[in-house]
Design a protein around this ligand. Structure first.
Ligand code: SAH
Length: 254
């Protein structure tokens, strides 16, 4: 996968993209990330990227021309054979659709993504209207810039690419991949202070462990994010468990 990121602060990406799964993914050539400084696509002497908002108000707005030009330049460099494929151009904005594991999975199936990071009061609306094919928000709060949001999106997408994590199966158990939160995880020591690891995990009985984990995931989701359960695929037996828990006097203690 090729990921092109338009930003005014390419330096911000250095640490995160040189660590952990990125390092591995880039090292194995599963992903290549290109950072483009929006300022490089300006033509005036002062490399102006922002200007006052029409209509007044405090703060500056990112100008459209350098952003359009940067995207055009990336697109012109794409190999002819790849041009037929869809190329999402994603604007990071608190007004976008809320990012989720489901969106990450869909994005992970593209060969190429372009991400646009805003700054200041935001980006000239014509970018959202005529250039971006998607607008994504990472949550209902306002960041100082789109860079951290882009890192969140790229991190969640890259770890889903086949071969990036150690085992192919592991992302499927994680929270949100099946509308369930993950079961609790433990490692050694088996007893720490007065808190032992649940006995079943030490039993070596893989079938019972799998069943216990699945139940724990359901219980956890019910306690913390019950609205997710509406979308989860549960067996009839599991649905009965949910109903039982819902009518239990205090399901927090189960
Ligand atoms: N005035 C704008 C916010 C600008 S914040 C508004 O009220 O909608 C500056 C930049 O930070 C935005 O252009 C966007 O790229 C980024 N940003 C801020 N919050 C974000 C969020 N929750 N998700 C994704 N990007 C965000």
């Amino acid at each position: 996968m090729q990921i092109d990121i338009l930003t005014l602060f390419p330096g911000m990406f250095q640490g995160p993209f040189e660590t952990g799964i990125f390092q591995r993914a880039i090292g194995r050539k599963l992903v290549s990330v290109n950072l483009h400084n929006i300022r490089d696509y300006t033509h005036d002497k002062h490399h102006t990227v922002d200007d006052y908002a029409y209509g007044g108000g405090a703060g500056m707005v990112l100008k459209p021309e350098p952003v359009f030009e940067a995207v055009a330049s990336i697109k012109s460099g794409i190999h002819l054979a790849e041009k037929g494929g869809e190329l999402p151009v994603i604007l990071l904005t608190p007004q976008g659709r809320l990012f989720s594991e489901e969106i990450a999975l869909k994005l992970s199936r593209y060969r190429h993504l372009i991400l646009i990071c805003g700054r200041y009061e935001g980006v000239d609306e014509r970018v959202a209207e005529h250039l971006a094919t998607d607008e994504i928000s990472i949550g209902d709060y306002v960041l100082g810039g789109g860079e951290l949001a882009a890192m969140v999106v790229v991190d969640a997408v890259v770890r889903l690419l086949p071969g990036v994590l150690g085992s192919e199966a592991s992302p499927l158990d994680d929270s949100h991949s099946n509308w369930l939160l993950e079961y609790p995880q433990y490692t050694r020591p088996a007893a720490y202070r007065e808190w032992p690891v649940p006995e079943i995990l030490l039993s070596g009985d893989h079938a019972r462990i799998a069943k216990w984990r699945r139940q724990q995931a359901i219980i956890r989701t019910l306690q913390r994010r019950p609205e997710l359960l509406d979308k989860a695929e549960l067996t009839a037996e599991e649905r009965r468990l949910v109903d039982r828990l819902l009518t239990a006097p205090d399901n927090k203690r189960i």
